[in-house]
Design a protein around this ligand. Structure first.
Ligand code: ZN
Length: 226
């Protein structure tokens, strides 16, 4: 499955293939939205989800320069004074939330644009928008789950039906994709995910790394339907 994610350097097609390809294929038939002259749309349209087309936009945010600098300064301090006590300073969540807000806002517009192009009425329930944050490069999104869910109640966010955080990791020796929802607008997408992928004991969706019995992954627990 080719990836159409921008910029290509920060989300190579191999990453999309490993992390999201198997996940989206379990839901139906994923098709990258052509870029062509039409550049405002979202990344994928997935057909086959119980008759509900899914419009998927994926964001993979790298660690901010500010966060990298904070870590670098801390390591510098350690080098200068090996007896220095303490932990790596926590990320500035307000600053990080601003970055994520910008990307969530943009994703809502991208999903809306694709829906308009394909003449799918999101408000009437003829399609559903899914925003995916790939957290592998930047774990701070795990601390922002509550804020991301709160943004979804804003008027600009209505094109987004579901927000998923996904990571690529090994569970009991098998690599795969683990997804956790921080927001469901209504039960439709959750029902599709549950029917096609299934839930683990902690409410995650696993593809390729399904735990045997009890899930021991401390990844964020799933959100209730609002
Ligand atoms: Zn799990």
């Amino acid at each position: 499955m080719p990836a159409r994610l921008q910029p290509p350097r920060s989300y190579p097609s191999s990453v999309a293939e490993f992390v999201l390809g198997p996940f989206l294929r379990r839901l139906g038939n994923p098709r990258p939205e052509p870029c062509g002259p039409y550049k405002k749309g979202c990344d994928y349209k997935v057909e086959g989800g119980q008759g509900l087309p899914l419009l998927v936009e994926v964001k993979r945010l790298f660690r901010s320069v500010k966060s990298q600098n904070t870590t670098r300064e801390f390591l510098q301090k350690l080098r200068e004074n090996p007896g220095h006590q303490g932990f790596t300073p926590p990320p500035d969540l307000g600053y990080e939330a601003n970055r994520y807000y910008h990307h969530a806002y943009k994703a809502a517009g991208q999903i809306e644009a694709t829906a308009e192009k394909l003449k799918l009425d999101l408000r009437a329930g003829f399609a559903a928008g899914i925003l995916v944050f790939d957290v592998d490069e930047n774990r701070v999104s795990l601390d922002l789950g509550g804020r991301i869910a709160a943004w979804m109640t804003r008027p600009w966010a209505t094109s987004i039906d579901t927000v998923l955080l996904v990571e690529h990791r090994a569970e009991v020796g098998r690599w795969g994709t683990t997804a956790s929802a921080v927001f469901f607008r209504n039960p439709r997408v959750r029902n599709i995910l549950t029917a096609k992928i299934g839930l683990c004991t902690r409410g995650h969706f696993h593809v390729g790394n399904e735990p045997d019995g009890e899930c021991r992954n401390p990844f964020m627990d799933a959100a209730p339907v609002t």
